[in-house]
Design a protein around this ligand. Structure first.
Ligand SMILES: Nc1ncnc2c1ncn2[C@@H]1O[C@H](COP(=O)(O)OP(=O)(O)OP(=O)(O)O)[C@@H](O)[C@H]1O
Ligand SMILES: [Mg+2]
Length: 484
């Protein structure tokens, strides 16, 4: 019975015999040994809980109880609700039904809840039946970017670039698995022991990845990158300090004059966001085709064709790779091709497209610097089974790629464009590059924030003439390094 758990205030006794919080002597007095006491051994009996601990304990018990109650009520709901009729029920009908069924059940179980508890319970049950259970409030919270689940008892979220642990939990692994299953089956996928991980896009555009035991050792791992209705634009990024006004002007010229651009960066460094923002500089008259593993880009232009690759089905058939999409895209008369992330064999077709008349194509790669990005491209080409001398591979890269924009998530959680580097050609066997802009770290503020600034390196762009010919006459001053 609920009243058993909701202890009346000031109950004096705890099961282990420790005095109740109110009656507890101050901790030091209790622990102080008497004069004759040996200074050693005798492990202190667990000291009585402080009022804060006791409150936390009560809260934990209350949560446990609510969670048990929810499971029981959920079971009853599923027993009592006509699930196929549910699909057509309106939200208010369903809510009413939940209130009615829980009311009945609570009465039967002799449980009394206050209004707030009832409201929470109704909402949680609704989320459980119709939505994604404990994940639902996190998905609805617009201040949260990412949700990271490490087994049923630990859910982290990312807010403003910082990870924080939430007090949201799943009842147990089975509960978590049920929610995962609900998510993936809704998008026609499956995840189980023989197929232990899945990467999918949810109906609302969010990216979802799950890996279940036994591959995930301590319980299922889930990560959700929430879809932002409003993608960050160039102005937002400048305002947030992701890059400077000068860099924005330079990038505008680079995109508009159809340079081939690669955005490089680590996981979650803001590559896709940057790519999306850069695309806003494309002329509205152009035909753009986008190719992604999970469609995240949101281009503002009128003439956009979007493609999403498809993994094989359970029988291992039906895969359509990014490379398949890309090859097909080349027959679809694109002005520009944007590949969300180049990570495999499609690199060859991407470079070829960049080299053969689809100037102004863009993609992202996973790398930590412009140089590293180039090596990644080389590796991808060799891995794709192309037998070419390294010099030829590099020549191919050097003539295809004009610009590498390096995004980075710094240790204080801020995301910045730490470098813009032009590829200028080959020198012997080496690809030559010049950095035009960079982020300079100057120090660390007491609150852990990085102090730094964007600066030009003093090198004038190799493409200045091109920019000018296309009507983007950038003032020479934007290439001047920052002074104190
Ligand atoms: N400059 C920025 N300031 C604040 N938030 C940002 C910034 N850039 C990106 N974000 C946010 O960071 C998250 C990750 O960004 P994004 O998806 O672009 O990264 P990514 O490098 O493409 O990640 P992945 O490696 O997973 O593909 C998003 O929620 C995005 O809205
Ligand atoms: Mg991305």
């Amino acid at each position: 019975m609920f009243s058993r758990f909701k202890k009346p205030e000031g109950t004096p006794v705890k099961p282990n015999g420790a005095a109740a919080p109110g009656a507890a002597p101050p901790a030091e007095t209790a622990a102080k040994p008497g004069p004759a006491a040996k200074p050693v051994v005798a492990r202190k009996p667990a000291s009585p809980p402080t009022p804060a601990q006791a409150a936390a304990d009560r809260e934990r018990k209350r949560k446990e109880k609510m969670s048990e109650l929810k499971v029981e009520l959920h079971k009853r709901l599923l027993d009592n609700l006509n699930l196929s009729a549910l699909e057509h029920a309106s939200e208010s009908d369903l809510r009413q039904e939940i209130v009615a069924i829980t009311g009945e059940a609570l009465e039967e179980m002799g449980v009394v809840l206050n209004k707030e508890e009832r409201t929470t319970l109704h909402q949680e049950l609704y989320d459980e039946v119709m939505g994604l259970g404990p994940l639902e409030p996190l998905l609805k919270d617009d201040t949260i970017n990412d949700i990271l689940v490490n087994g049923p008892q630990q859910i982290f979220v990312e807010r403003e670039g910082k990870l924080e642990l939430t007090d949201v939990t799943f009842k147990d692994e089975r509960h978590l698995l049920r929610i995962i299953d609900k998510i993936v089956s809704a998008v026609g996928r499956r995840v189980d022991e023989s197929n232990p991980y899945v990467d999918a896009r949810l109906a609302d555009g969010s990216r979802f990845n799950a890996m279940v035991p036994p591959i995930a050792v301590d319980g299922s791992l889930v990560s959700v990158r929430k879809f932002k209705k409003e993608k960050l634009g160039i102005d937002d990024l400048v305002r947030f300090g992701a890059f400077s006004e000068e860099m924005a002007a330079y990038l505008q010229a680079a995109v508009a004059t159809r340079l081939n651009i690669i955005v490089s960066g680590g996981t979650g460094s803001g590559k896709t966001t940057t790519l999306n923002a850069l695309s806003s500089f494309i002329d509205n008259a152009e035909r753009i085709l986008t190719i992604e593993d999970t469609a995240e880009l949101q281009l503002q232009q009128t003439h956009v064709g979007r493609m999403e690759s498809r993994p094989p089905n359970v029988e291992g058939k039906g895969a359509v790779t990014q490379r398949d999409c890309l090859r097909n895209a080349l027959r679809m008369r694109p002005d520009r091709i944007i590949v969300g992330e180049t990570r495999g064999e499609e690199v060859i077709d991407m470079l070829q497209a960049m080299n053969t008349g689809h100037d102004g194509s863009m993609t992202t790669i996973h790398a930590n610097s412009a140089r590293d990005g180039v090596s990644r491209l080389e590796n991808m080409i060799s891995m794709a089974g192309i037998e070419m001398p390294i010099k030829a591979i590099r020549a191919q890269i050097a003539s295809a790629v004009n610009l590498i924009v390096q995004a980075s998530r710094l240790q204080d959680g801020s995301r910045r464009m730490v470098s813009i580097t032009e590829i200028t050609g080959m020198e012997g066997e080496v690809i030559s590059m010049q950095e035009i802009f960079r982020y300079e770290r100057l120090g660390l503020a007491p609150d852990g924030k990085i102090i730094g600034r964007f600066t030009a390196t003093g090198i004038r762009s190799n493409f200045s003439d091109r920019f000018r010919q296309w009507g983007y006459d950038l003032p020479a001053s934007i290439y001047e390094p920052a002074t104190e």
